[in-house]
Structures are given as C-alpha cells and as structure tokens.
Design a protein. Sequence first.
Length: 225
Amino acid sequence: MKSERPKIWLAWSSGKDSAWALHVLRQRNEADVAGLLTTINAAADRAAMHAVRRTLVEAQAAACGLPLVLVPIPDPCSNEEYEARMAEAMETAKAQGVTGVAFGDLFLEDVRAYRERQLGRAAMTAHFPLWGLNTAALAREMQAGGLRAIVTCIDPRILAEGFVGREWDAAFLADLPAGVDPCAERGEFHSFAYAGPMFSRPLDVRKGEIVRRGGFIFADVLPAE
C-alpha cells in the first residue's frame, strides 16, 4: 500500500522562488504542503529581508489557500536568536504532524547544508524542489508559467538603483549585468510574487516609495488604490 504523503511546511519569503517551489510541490504531489513559514521583522512588521508588509504576505497565503505560520524575530537579530525562534517553530510543527520544511534554494551548497543541519537537530527533513535547476532556464519557465513579481530590494553594490521596483520580467532579465544570477540566488535582489499558478487570484498591488536602509535599496509594495 502506498505510504501517506509527508506533511510539510514551505519556507515562504514572499518572493518568486518560494512561490514557484509551492507550484512545483503541488504538481509533484509527493508531499502535503500544510502551511507557509515566514520570519517577520517584529519591529517593522514586515517579512525579513524582502521587507514586504505582513498584510501582503497574509494576502499571498490566503490566495495560496494555506495558513501562514509567522515567526517574529527582533531587529537586529543574532544568529543564536534566530535559531532559537526557529527551533520553537519546529516544535510547533511537529506537534501538528509536520515532518519537514521545503525551501526554494537553488544551488548554494553552504545554505543547503545549514538548513539540513538545523532541521536535523529538530528531527525534521529538508526538501529542495528546485535544487540544481539551471537558473536561466528556470527564470524563463517561471515567467512563461505565469509567475509575476516585483523587485522589492537590490544590493546597490551589484545593481543600479533603477532595477528596484521593476517587474521581474523578460526585459528585467535582459538588462541584468553579466554574472548576476537571473533568480538572484546570491542575494543580488529580492522580489514579491503577486500572480501565478500557485495563487487562486492575482494580488492587486502597486509600487510605493524607494528607501535606502542597511546598505540595500528597497521599493515598498502597497495594495493598489
């Protein structure tokens, strides 16, 4: 008799890679994605790193038809504090029958090893549905599949300010300097996914103000008026 599919959470950044990972997981149907796990900057009430408003992440989860599991972290947050908060979340997960967490990571071996090590300590399994895929081909596949995203953050050491707030589309990819990963696996930019096959409906959003903070340039995302 076929074994029951494992119940997992998906690490949800609000960006394109985690959104596409959800789509792929649902297509494969090898695991039951039971929730979206998001770290929230408690001081700013925004998704960590991507700096997307919590209310918009909640709207994403609703459009995915999944509960949102929020892990508040302080700002600044030490690695020790982060790991403690995540360990607490894993205990909650296990109490709900969740056995693993999926990530949208693509090719950074050290990141994968860290996630596997931390989850292993909690007796949980790490899943990487997009691992090892060619990122240029993956970017084209995402866009052809209907994924739409706004670039919410850039590293100005790598990209000019004009890239922030743009649509992550074919024109954006064509304009990227040589050596910049089209999926930004090395942190060159971050995004907010607002439409695609993982959502029951597109989110109606618009670009807000652009700010510099902590060495990065951010474009706020707001509900459309």
